[in-house]
Design a protein around this ligand. Sequence first.
Ligand code: NAD
Length: 365
Amino acid sequence: LKIGIARETAPGERRVAVTPETCRKLVAAGAEVHVERGSGAGAHFPDLAYEEAGAVLADGAAAAVADADAVLCVQPPAAAGIAALKEGAVLVGILQPQLDEARGAAIAQRGVVAFPLERLPRTTRAQAMDVLSSQAGMAGYKAVLIAAVLAPRFFPMLTTAAGTIRPSKVLVIGAGVAGLQAIATARRLGAQVEGFDVRPETREQIESLGGRFLDLGVSAAGEGGYARQLTDEERAEQQRRLGEHLRSVDVVVCTAAVPGRPAPRIVTAEMAAGMKPGSVIVDLAAETGGNCELTRRGETVEHAGVVVAGPLDLASQGAQHASEMYARNVLNFVQLLLKDGALAFDWDDELLARTVWPERPAAAG
Ligand code: NAD
């Protein structure tokens, strides 16, 4: 069984799908692991460490993935990279095939058995493979650190000879995995933290991290533990109360998302402009359009004295730990595909059947 790892090619991507630790485990499971030289460099895993873990170092992506039975990645290869895969090869990563028609077509044409890990059902059994959660944790953490750097204020309360400094008020919008990590991080920095979500069960989670639940009188629990879209009236009420509240907030970290849809627009330009000068908004939802109307993908802009950052590479900014977690998620998933040192697909296993792309007819619906 040959497993191939090529260097990530997406701009700004520093993570890697296999670390020396998981490489060693794949080799122990009977795989021959071919790693393109430099694959781990962005996450500070040197080639030598892979070699010591039993990998075969390859010169160039083509050599790493040619003839590979399975290719593991963070971001998907471009259509041309997919055309270089062996016919029928397995491809595992955050593939988002629906976002790029050429890529989706290349996967289908090549007969590649793709497992876009973002499709994994979020069941208890899948938790150890849940890349959305592991990467969101890093993103939430980094978002708060960026806010702390951009803010012209301290986060903690300070009592000094030069007088007392009041703690910053941080509001985290959306208390999923990223939001909860943002709340925990802002608390550790000594800020006064509030969290807000449309799922009522988040109140307890926010409070358990030392945050205060901001009640805007809107509840929208949907299916599968995710949020549903709000009605127009619900949204208007949420907006009105939030706009008023934001006048007293120093930092907003936006993490609200509804799967498969553009990010909900929650903070309007007018609401942002109503914040105190020097306030900071960090918008994790920038990739899918942003929770704030002023957010620009990948940019930091200033509007009426309020700085709005829309970083796209937050998990990559913590590439080493993000890769460690991602690689363990991938290893746990690949173990579902391994039987006696070879690939085998148990389509009765819902984790495989519901993740594979293109959808298998039996699994559809
Ligand atoms: P996500 O990234 O899809 O969304 C982030 C948050 O935004 C969610 O909490 C959502 O409720 C919130 N949100 C959506 N619209 C909003 C709005 N208009 N205003 C305010 N907040 C809004 O979610 P996620 O972090 O990937 O996970 C969401 C849920 O899934 C959580 O309950 C999480 O615990 C659960 N989950 C379960 C498992 C598991 O059991 N295996 C694994 C991961 C996540």
